[in-house]
Ligand binder design. Structure first.
Ligand SMILES: [Mg+2]
Length: 432
């Protein structure tokens, strides 16, 4: 009796505890392929890393970045054991950079974690040390409108959907139709908010008192509709000078903003600190920063109050956890910027679950009806009443729904072969 009982128990347990088709120590990367999603709402290149044992890992290049940032890494990672995530990350991180240039390194890193989790049959958060929470608080990107009543209504609907944190765009384009709101060099195009490639300190664009009053009035009208209890952050101010940032920040103080985001470029630690010291609202930056060091510099100088890495730029899942853990020592919380598919979303969810000072995660896709259908394996809706449940399946916890992905493909097809990227000669050491 007793022998039979244990034998049955062992048989039942076996399929749950061993991955019958993977021997992790013999796993090798054999290929990397791409499928580009469009209108999700961003363009998102999905990565599939194949192995010699039939299992594959999913990752995603940062929204809006070139697939080639990932493909150029194929020759470097082929033949490596994907379970050695940190070793491979240290080998490839020299090929990443700030903003979209970090997209390839980070996308590959996500796919390595997915593979390691599948090979050892554990969710990614568990490999990071376990979780601090079972669900992840989200805020939703909300399209702006020149009609502030309409915009306030959109935010009210977010609250109705269950979101517990809101963010609005509050840019100087809202002032463009009202004379006397902006001062800027006369006569020439490209010196104002249209000049996307001129940094804030160099545009000569400053807000007038009328402009500041008008922007404050927008926020006041939003607060009237959504109430005072829910946090309200603001972003996309436009390329205005440091002193305009300070004057605007002071005018917005009474609306108790959750944060003011990317008022000037993140590289300007001392100027950010100047704004931060003058304004009693949290300042936030970080979505364009690659690797942990600049985050630490901003945190220890208290140049901003909240850091906001985009995991698909900041260095991937483990580097972003390191960012969170390090800035926590300086008393700085970590919000997370995100605008991609459910694949990258789940990479964020595992990292957010495993990082104690995580605050809130962005989502740009709650109005895209097919976004959830891109993947299987997780509970739907993925963002449910403002939260995402942390999945317990191995790796990132999602599989692709091939049919739905194929309906929303951009150029380049569905995981077509990529032999062009198999080999190249380059002596890539960064020291001698
Ligand atoms: Mg932003």
């Amino acid at each position: 009796m007793a022998t039979g009982f244990w034998a049955d128990e062992t048989l039942e347990a076996a399929p749950q505890n061993t991955n019958t088709y993977s021997k992790p120590s013999d796993l090798k990367i054999t290929d990397m392929r791409i499928a580009i999603l469009r209108d999700a709402p961003m363009t998102c290149p999905l990565i599939r890393i194949d192995t010699n044992q039939g299992i594959y890992g999913l990752g995603e290049v940062r929204d809006g970045a070139s697939k080639n940032y990932a493909l150029m890494l194929k020759r470097v990672i082929k033949g490596e054991n994907p379970c050695n995530v940190d070793k491979i990350f240290r080998k490839i991180k020299q090929f990443g950079g700030h903003a979209r240039q970090g997209g390839g390194v980070c996308g590959v890193e996500m796919a390595l974690w997915d593979l390691a989790g599948k090979a050892y049959n554990v969710p990614v958060y568990q490999m990071l040390g376990g979780k601090f929470r079972d669900r992840i608080r989200c805020y939703a990107d909300t399209d702006t409108s020149y009609d502030i009543k309409e915009f306030a209504e959109r935010l009210r609907k977010r609250k109705e959907q269950g979101f517990t944190f809101l963010k609005m765009d509050l840019g100087i384009q809202l002032l463009a139709r009202t004379p006397g709101t902006l001062t800027q060099p006369l006569g020439g195009p490209g010196r104002g908010y249209e000049s996307q490639n001129v940094q804030h300190m160099f545009t000569g664009v400053e807000l007038t008192e009328k402009g500041i009053d008008m922007m404050a009035s927008f926020v006041s009208q939003v607060r009237e509709v959504i109430g005072w209890e829910i946090p309200l952050a603001a972003d996309h101010f436009g390329h205005i000078g440091v002193n305009s940032c300070i004057r605007l920040g002071k005018a917005l103080t009474k609306y108790n903003m959750a944060w003011l985001e990317d008022m000037i470029p993140w590289q300007q630690t001392e100027l950010l600190k100047k704004i931060n010291d003058a304004v009693d609202i949290p300042l936030c930056t970080g979505e364009d920063i690659y690797l942990k060091e600049p985050f630490i510099e901003l945190a220890k100088n208290h140049a901003v109050d909240i850091l906001h890495p985009d995991l698909a730029t900041s260095g991937g899942i483990l580097e972003t956890k390191k960012i969170g853990d390090t800035i926590q020592d300086y008393g700085v919380p970590m919000a997370m910027h995100f605008a991609g598919s459910p694949v990258s979303c789940m990479a964020n969810v595992h990292c957010a679950a495993a990082t104690e000072n995580f605050f809130v995660l962005e989502n740009h896709s709650v109005d895209i009806p097919w976004w959830d259908n891109l993947v299987n394996g997780v509970e739907k809706p993925i963002v449910d009443k403002g939260y995402i449940k942390v999945p317990d399946k191995p790796g990132l916890g999602v599989t692709l729904n091939d049919e739905v992905v194929k309906q929303h493909l951009g150029e380049g097809g569905f995981f077509e072969p990529t032999p062009y990227w198999d080999s190249d000669r380059s002596h890539d050491r960064t020291w001698s």
